[in-house]
Design a protein around this ligand. Structure first.
Ligand SMILES: [Zn+2]
Ligand SMILES: [Zn+2]
Length: 508
């Protein structure tokens, strides 16, 4: 029996719509999950919205409504878009949930009990008018590096540098404009240094756990010394209150990845599945695979494995990192009109085209993927429409109208043709499992090319007049004939004796 597999995509943030960049990760994860399921493996896909933190809180204040409203609205949009793109997750949950509160609390308590948490005072901006400590995004001022006015307290949109909010020139509260004062407050810190040995071992184990370039980044961070991680924020903060520390809340990055666990918990409770078999297991029995973008490697490859290790949850077997989506060669940008929401895309083209396009371009590396519309149109027309769909359409129509809708067996003299196709089918699962969907899709296009050639050579439209049985057999090889029992078992439930419905009828 193969290992149980749990796959996650990164949690989209509940402060805006899903765009074509999010769809890359959703489609990459979905393709990976489906391929392994089709290969007969026990695979589940756990997912949620990431809801807490300052951006949602700031927007709620700006719009004068509760943050719960904003995240509920985002949840509806996110789920409906992902469903319309055919993303096959087992659950889409939320980090604003009792399950998440429970598991974030458990992880924290375990870390605190083992001496990994300490408290000390930090100096922060405080707005005397709003009577609150100001998170980075609540302070605006002059960039300390380039002098650009009206920048956020964590990074400059003009020059891209990052800094502490207390370094800003002419700081002002983003809510009321008052000049904030510096005030001391106690924060909680998690110490990562005790996890150094574990992390070194974790990143090197098991060959395929991290891509080599990702492993090098992480190793670099470890070599530079593992710093303490500030995990608390003061009230008012939209998040989860830290057990035993009234008025202190988990920094959003502490409870966000816990969403993977809490989604599994909710799914297990609702569906009668075994939660412990996934998250209170070992990598020998349960393979946990995270698919993420290259901006969140730090959180997923340092903090997250340390949190899991410290609290006895299953540590991930693999973190798969992908690059960005560019649109027509440029970074997505609202001002240039290249920021395209997934819903807008669906108003213009079918989900299947984007699924095909991304799957045909994605590999296991972190290179950016260019959504070039010229290439998109050419690829969809040349490969998906003219090769694959055209082949199926001409064969199925021919069998339906000229050959009474019955399929035949592949002719004995088609051995070479069959061999060429089987070779490509044989390689597909390995490519998918290695996140090399472009190679698997290339194989599928070649299958369509080989089969189109075969049909043309056999000329069944001529054969149908003289030898209809031979015509039936020739066309069956290019239509829905059962090439492999394993790969047809999901689309067509098995009939008696394991025969697939595909080979005996066209009703599918
Ligand atoms: Zn700047
Ligand atoms: Zn203020």
């Amino acid at each position: 029996m193969s290992r149980r597999v749990l796959v996650t995509a990164a949690l989209p943030y509940a402060n805006g719509p899903i765009h074509v960049g999010h769809m890359l990760e959703a489609i990459q994860t979905d393709v990976y999950v489906r391929a392994r399921q089709l290969a007969g493996e026990d695979v589940v896909f756990m997912w949620a919205d990431d809801t807490h933190g300052t951006p949602v809180q700031a927007r709620a204040l700006r719009e004068g409504r509760p943050p719960e409203d904003i995240i509920a609205e985002a949840y509806e949009e996110h789920v409906s878009v992902y469903r319309d793109f055919g993303i096959g997750f087992d659950i889409f949950h939320s980090t604003h949930s009792p399950e998440n509160e429970h598991h974030a609390g458990e992880i924290f308590r375990a870390m605190e009990a083992n001496g990994y948490v300490s408290a000390r005072d930090v100096e922060q901006f405080y707005c005397p008018h709003d009577k609150m400590f100001l998170p980075d995004r609540f302070v605006r001022g002059v960039c300390p590096k380039c002098g650009a006015p009206d920048q956020y307290g964590d990074s400059c949109e003009k020059c891209g540098s990052t800094y502490a909010s207390t370094e800003l020139g002419e700081p002002a509260c983003a809510l009321c404009g008052t000049t904030p004062i510096r005030r001391s407050t106690e924060h909680l810190f998690v110490s990562l240094a005790p996890f150094e040995e574990f992390l070194r071992q974790w990143i090197h184990e098991d060959g395929g756990r991290l891509q080599p370039t990702v492993r090098n980044y992480v190793l670099g961070w470890i070599e530079n010394g593992l710093r303490e991680w500030d995990i608390s924020r003061d009230a008012p903060y939209f998040g989860i209150e830290i057990p035993g520390h009234p008025g202190k809340y988990f920094y959003v990055w502490f409870d966000a990845p816990v969403g993977y666990i809490s989604a599994t918990d909710k799914w297990a409770r609702d569906g009668g599945h075994d939660f412990a078999a996934y998250w209170q297991s070992t990598p020998d029995d349960t393979e946990i695979v995270h698919v993420i973008g290259k901006d969140i490697v730090y959180f997923h490859c340092l903090f997250w494995p340390a949190m899991l290790k410290a609290s006895g949850y299953t540590v991930p077997s693999r973190v798969q990192v992908h690059g960005w989506v560019m649109v027509n060669g440029e970074k997505m940008s609202k001002s240039r009109g290249t920021f395209i929401t997934a819903r807008t895309y669906l108003e213009h083209a079918p989900a299947a085209y984007m699924r095909y396009y991304y799957a045909s371009k994605l590999n296991s590396g972190q290179d950016d993927l260019d959504l070039s519309f010229e290439d998109f149109v050419n690829k969809v027309n040349a490969e998906l429409v003219n090769k694959a769909a055209n082949l199926a359409s001409r064969c199925i129509k021919f069998i339906g109208t000229r050959l009474e809708g019955r399929l035949g067996e592949l002719p004995a003299d088609a051995a070479e043709f069959a061999q060429q196709i089987r070779a490509r089918l044989r390689d597909a699962p390995t490519h998918y499992q290695a996140f090399e969907s472009s190679k698997a899709v290339r194989g599928a296009v070649e299958v369509a090319e080989i089969a189109n050639l075969y049909v043309t050579e056999q000329a069944p439209w001529k054969l149908a007049k003289t030898d209809p049985e031979r015509a039936r057999c020739a066309v069956s090889g290019c239509g829905p004939v059962r090439w492999s029992r394993r790969y047809s078992s999901r689309c067509c439930p098995s009939g008696p004796n394991g025969s697939s419905g595909c080979s005996s009828s066209l009703s599918h």
